[in-house]
Ligand binder design. Structure first.
Ligand code: DP6
Length: 325
């Protein structure tokens, strides 16, 4: 039996497309910040008495496709460790409001940590990052704290993440604006594949990412938050241009997303340096220097309730507890 705690991460240079869908080898490198406020804790217990994997998330049983995805992942751990028992998995997503932002990144990173430890595998962080990748691409980066780079690699052995700066020594911070959606979400898994196959701009996206990785890493070295924010914002908008230009085209933006973007533009016009990024949903994350936090929260509170504004500094890497002894 083992428990792991992993934090989610938000990409500053996005992963949006796979080369190998089975091994989850991405088309491009990517770079993220791990967040302190959003995390998953997962306990895994391999039990000879079980006749199937049993999975609970937030005290509710997981069935159907969700269960199948977790069982496939556990099969991988069983294969690697030579164990045959089924597992009991108990997972909790710690998200400050009910509005969502539950993430497959923290979920599969925590599952990889707890399941591999419970199965007696003592993986290096690099190998843990490779294992987490098989559950969800973005989970590759959630093994580490701070700022993290995922090297796309070309096969299972070479596609892993590495920390760039595990403990931030400058004021980079994020704020999530929690935006509700009633519409059925298009999964990132489906959405990115449709972009790879059908967006005429996909090749340009690969060039954009190659350039943004260079700019972003130089900006991190220089602790240059305006360049980090500006590069992340342009990168996110270009990622979202892939969804609009896919066939069929679609968008993760909703009207509140545009309201949030307008509010951020307004703050910028007032001379406050803040930028935004977005993932496969309507929530907007603001990127800024923590010394501007109060002015940004006050400015956004004119449009959004304060309980929908969640500030998060950078968070730590995965923690694993072995509970066998
Ligand atoms: C927009 O990691 O959820 O958040 O590998 O298919 O599980 P799968 O996709 P996932 O995609 C994340 C996409 C993103 C950008 C990012 O995190 O880099």
């Amino acid at each position: 039996m083992a428990t792991a705690k992993a934090h989610t991460n938000i990409a500053l240079v996005k992963y949006w497309g796979k080369k190998d869908q089975d091994l989850i080898i991405p088309q491009t490198d990517s770079l993220s910040m791990t967040l302190d406020e959003f995390y998953t804790t997962t306990r895994v217990n391999f039990d000879p008495a079980l006749t199937a994997d049993q999975v609970m998330v937030n005290d509710r049983p997981v069935t159907g496709d969700g269960l199948a995805r977790i069982t496939r992942f556990l099969d991988l751990v069983r294969q690697l460790s030579g164990r045959h028992q089924f597992a009991r998995v108990d997972s909790h997503n710690h998200v400050p409001t009910a509005a969502g932002l539950a993430s497959s990144a923290s979920a599969f990173a925590a599952l990889a940590g707890a399941a591999s430890q419970a199965a007696g595998l003592h993986l290096s962080r690099r190998d843990l990052s490779r294992l987490a990748r098989r559950g969800s691409g973005s989970a590759t980066r959630s093994i580490y704290g701070g700022l993290v780079e995922w090297h796309r690699g070309h096969d299972d052995a070479t596609s892993y993440a590495e920390p760039i700066m595990e403990k931030l020594d400058f004021g980079l911070e994020m704020l999530a604006i929690m935006i509700n959606t009633d519409r059925k979400k298009i999964s990132s898994r489906y959405g990115m594949q449709s972009s790879v196959i059908s967006s005429p701009y996909y090749d340009s996206w690969k060039e954009v990412v190659a350039n943004d990785m260079v700019t972003m890493k130089a900006a991190i070295t220089a602790r240059d938050i305006p360049t980090i924010g500006h590069t992340a914002e342009e990168n996110a908008l270009r990622m979202h241009a892939l969804t609009l230009s896919a066939d069929p085209g679609y968008t993760y933006f909703n009207s509140e997303t545009l309201t949030a973007i307008t509010a951020i533009h307004r703050l910028r016009e007032q001379g406050i340096s803040c930028y935004f990024t977005m993932d496969a949903g309507p929530n907007v994350k603001v990127i800024y220097d923590r010394r501007d936090r109060e002015r940004i929260v006050d400015g956004l509170a004119a449009t959004f309730d304060r309980d929908r504004l969640v500030v998060s500094p950078a968070g730590p890497g995965i923690e694993i507890w072995d509970e066998n002894n």
